[in-house]
Ligand binder design. Structure first.
Ligand code: BZD
Length: 841
């Protein structure tokens, strides 16, 4: 059915098309209209929640107008599109970002003030969209911002979880998880009840030969779950381009519970069917860097992949192009192995549904996909048991076996007789039960594979994917170092710093071309500038100190050195090294004379981050941090010299307060374990220095900002294997200072030491896999250098200015341009200036 309005009536449409507001009065008009009509309230009944709702709806209307135009423009242009498949999008709040990206925050601020509200209070009403665990999900969010800001025709595809990452509460020093129900009121999504895809599970495969003698496979039976699309507009910064993030929500095929069953008295099972279907998109798995192989997770993956590919293929078919042109029109990026089934699903669509030959189809598939790897940790590499697969996705398993057979045949031709090689690279691991190795499938089914920082990309080529480099050649493997969006992580999180930079570099252009920051180098010794710079940092620390006071009750001195480590809690990220260092500092202070204490730089050690609910050791680390804080913070010998804070429920909106307030932040993973890290970039961009290991993007940050401006310590990645070997097979003596720390813990100084036995034991008795003891001395020494350096504020400030000036490389815009050029082969779609953008500079 033709849904398009006939030519003669289109003038009427054009005449009455919605026009995005640009003035304060029009904004206020919209807010009042939404309060009075959409929300059915009045000025006598309008609290901050209602004002947030109305302001958001006003901006949403605006975004959706541009969204429509963008989609039309992209459809007419019919150029290549990018689809970013990610099981996680850690978006945070949308209102502040929307106001800034369309350049109307000041207008909104004045408008809201005239209506009786403070814009900060309104912004704070918003619940974070927390559909992600950590770095991987936040990277996807930064990429969406960059793709829109650079005018790339690009969509994100994900799952609309009813519950995002859990809310963390700290009770008696322990983490407690509380469900994050965030959809109560979400003005940023548009349900598309007309875009519904049937997704099949279970059943069986019937094979036969048709009249022409062609082999046919039919996947039949099983059950159907419905996927409904929810669209979220993604506004670019200072451009009309507004891209789409499409999230799928699951429902039982009948929509409601089955009336047949209901009427026949089988009420419970009819409700159960419905609930089972809805369970698929109910909750985000809270593990980062750990694969648990649960059936529901595989169901989530296929549900999302099948709906997304159906949607992508449907759009392509409307263009009536030949199938061979598919990869010229479409690039699909796999954010880790979570969407790897997309490779199999596209092959299935092409051969089973569209009747293409295997080879023809496989060429299309491999030219379409790119795969980004985010980890080398063995426990994080996804594997699915073959029996589980066989039951849930029988046809897909057959196709995987065929993909593997053709792949192994090609390996055999290239390396005749190398049976070990065949076993090593097989997509099917010959274990009990057999397992499907998803990373190998992703490599075989993509034309490019990339790591996320130089060291990481080198490591995957020389370790976990070594054989594949031999098989496919080195050009298939590449690096795209991660980046962050300066819009959210500088302009939004640190408005005063952004303003100061704008005043010295000729406006907000640096937010679109971050290399413009270079111009700040000439102010690195400028007295006036340094004073303003330092004042802004201090104000950001005051803001965080207030937040700490209000949430923990602890008073911290904003003049103290703020030392921050916020990220998911994981042994490889080594928060335990940090807290052991804090205990060492505590011991040192206790042993000092009052005179010696006067010379010490006061410090606030700030931690934040969630532990996966089933990760006992990570929870133990949180417990220790809190117990150390409880003792240290009330010890009169210590006073302001040391405070230990654990910030509850670290998330994106809290990161926006925390990041601008660091003097140093810690990125201290065991060398070779953190693929990139991205908060390291955020902290430096906000005028903080970092203490870190030679790991992930720390190495490139050092290259860019200069080694005088970073505190590096610890063993190198190349030495890790030998050290581990020595721990296990040679002698293993602990660092004497670390022994003292352990002795204090064991004296029950921080509560019953039994609670921490597993933690100290993993280092003393179980091989210290993460090299805490090996790096301890170097860590403590480097912390002493930090103390010394901080005493010279003049030099310190200069270091931070030079660092910020040299951070241009770490914009996610640079990153997206690299993906576009090296992997996707797509170009931006230029926009006219016809749209009503705000003119705020
Ligand atoms: O991805 C992270 C890496 O650990 C970081 O080093 C890197 O900077 C970012 C972005 O590339 N990985 C994750 O965050 N991974 C997960 O959250 C995750 C989630 C589910 C399953 C496996 C991993």
């Amino acid at each position: 059915v033709e849904a398009s309005i006939p030519e003669p009536q289109r003038d009427a449409w054009k005449k009455f098309q919605a026009k995005p507001f640009v003035s304060k009065d029009d904004f206020e008009k919209e807010v009042v209209r939404h309060v009075e009509t959409t929300l059915a309230r009045s000025m006598f009944n309008c609290d901050e929640t209602a004002a947030y709702a109305a302001a958001s709806l006003a901006f949403r209307d605006r975004l959706i107008t541009e969204w429509n135009r963008t989609q039309q423009r992209q459809t007419f242009a019919d150029t290549k599109r990018v689809y970013y498949l990610s099981l996680e999008f850690l978006m945070g709040r949308a209102l502040d970002n929307a106001m800034l990206n369309v350049g109307l925050k000041n207008i909104a601020k004045e408008g809201l003030s005239e209506l009786g509200f403070r814009i900060e209070d309104i912004i704070n009403q918003e619940h974070d969209a927390a559909l992600g665990n950590g770095g991987l999900g936040r990277l996807a969010a930064c990429f969406l911002d960059s793709m829109a800001s650079l005018n790339f025709p690009a969509w994100g595809y994900g799952l609309r979880y009813k519950y995002g990452i859990f809310k963390q509460e700290i009770v008696d020093g322990y983490q407690v998880e509380v469900p994050d129900y965030w959809l109560d009121f979400n003005p940023w999504e548009f349900p598309r009840h007309d875009i519904v895809v049937d997704v099949q599970f279970y059943g069986g495969v019937r094979k036969y030969q048709d009249e022409a003698g062609k082999n046919v496979a039919v996947w039949e039976g099983g059950e159907i779950v419905k996927a409904t699309a929810y669209d979220v507009p993604i506004p670019g910064f200072n451009t009309p381009t507004t891209n789409n993030m499409r999230l799928w929500s699951s429902k039982a095929a009948s929509g409601e519970f089955d009336f047949q069953k209901f009427n026949s008295g089988d009420y419970e099972s009819s409700v159960a069917d419905q609930q089972r279907a809805e369970t698929i998109s109910a909750v985000l798995y809270p593990n980062d860097n750990l694969d648990r192989g649960k059936e529901l997770r595989l169901k989530q993956q296929y549900f999302w992949v099948a709906a997304s590919l159906y949607d992508i293929v449907r759009r392509f078919k409307k263009s009536k192009r030949a199938w061979s042109e598919f990869p010229d029109q479409i690039a699909i990026q796999l954010n880790d192995t979570h969407p790897t089934l997309a490779i199999v699903e596209l092959q299935r669509i092409l051969i089973d549904m569209e009747g293409l030959d295997w080879d023809e189809a496989w060429t299309i598939v491999t030219n379409t996909f790119g795969y980004t790897n985010h980890t080398v940790l063995p426990e994080a590499l996804e594997k699915w048991s073959v029996p589980l697969f066989q039951n849930l996705l029988p046809r897909h398993l057959q196709i995987i076996y065929d993909i593997n057979m053709f792949f192994l045949q090609s390996v055999e031709r290239k390396f005749p007789g190398d049976r070990d090689m065949l076993g090593r690279v097989s997509i099917i691991e010959e274990s009990q039960p057999k397992m499907v190795r998803m990373a190998f499938l992703a490599i075989v089914g993509s034309h490019k594979v990339n790591g996320v920082a130089e060291l990481h990309s080198d490591l995957i080529k020389t370790t976990i994917f070594k054989d594949f480099v031999k098989i496919f050649g080195p050009d298939k493997f590449t690096n795209v170092t991660n980046g962050i969006t300066p819009r959210r992580w500088l302009h939004q999180a640190n408005p005063r710093l952004s303003e100061l930079i704008a005043s010295k570099t000729g406006g907000l252009g640096f937010l679109k071309d971050l290399n413009v920051l270079n111009e700040l180098e000439k102010f690195a010794d400028d007295k006036e500038f340094k004073k303003e710079w330092a004042e802004i940092k201090y104000a950001n620390k005051v803001r965080l100190a207030k937040y700490i006071k209000s949430t923990t009750g602890v008073t911290v001195n904003p003049a103290a050195l703020f030392d921050i480590q916020v990220k998911r809690i994981h042994e490889y990220k080594r928060q335990q090294l940090n807290i052991f260092g804090v205990i060492h500092r505590y011991l040192t202070i206790k042993a000092m004379t009052p005179e010696e204490r006067k010379k010490l730089a006061p410090r606030v050690s700030i931690f934040g981050g969630k532990a996966a609910p089933g990760y006992w050791m990570a929870k133990t680390i949180i417990h220790l941090i809190n117990n150390v804080g409880a003792v240290v913070n009330k010890d009169p010998d210590v006073g302001d010299l040391l405070k230990v804070i654990f910030l509850e429920d670290y998330n994106v909106s809290k990161a926006e307060i925390i990041t601008p307030a660091s003097d140093v932040s810690e990125h201290i993973s065991t060398a070779g374990t953190e693929a990139s890290g991205t908060s390291n970039m955020k902290f430096v961009l906000n005028g903080g220095l970092i203490i870190g290991t030679c790991d992930g993007a720390n190495i490139e940050i050092t290259r860019e900002i200069g080694e005088n401006n970073i505190f590096l310590f610890g063993n190198l990645a190349e030495d890790v294997e030998d050290l581990r070997h020595t721990h296990n097979y040679g002698s293993h003596t602990l660092d004497p200072d670390l022994v003292k720390v352990f002795d204090l813990i064991k004296s029950n100084a921080f509560g019953d030491a039994g609670a921490f036995g597993a933690l100290t034991g993993s280092i003393e008795d179980h091989g210290d896999y993460y090299l805490v003891s090996d790096d301890f001395h170097s860590y403590i020494q480097t912390q002493t250098l930090v103390d010394e350096a901080y005493k010279n504020q003049e030099e310190w400030i200069t270091k931070t200015i030079l660092s910020v000036a040299r951070m241009g490389f770490f914009s996610s815009d640079r990153c997206i341009n690299e993906y576009a050029e090296m992997i996707w082969n797509v170009e931006p779609l230029p926009v006219g200036k016809e749209s009503g953008l705000g003119k705020e500079e």
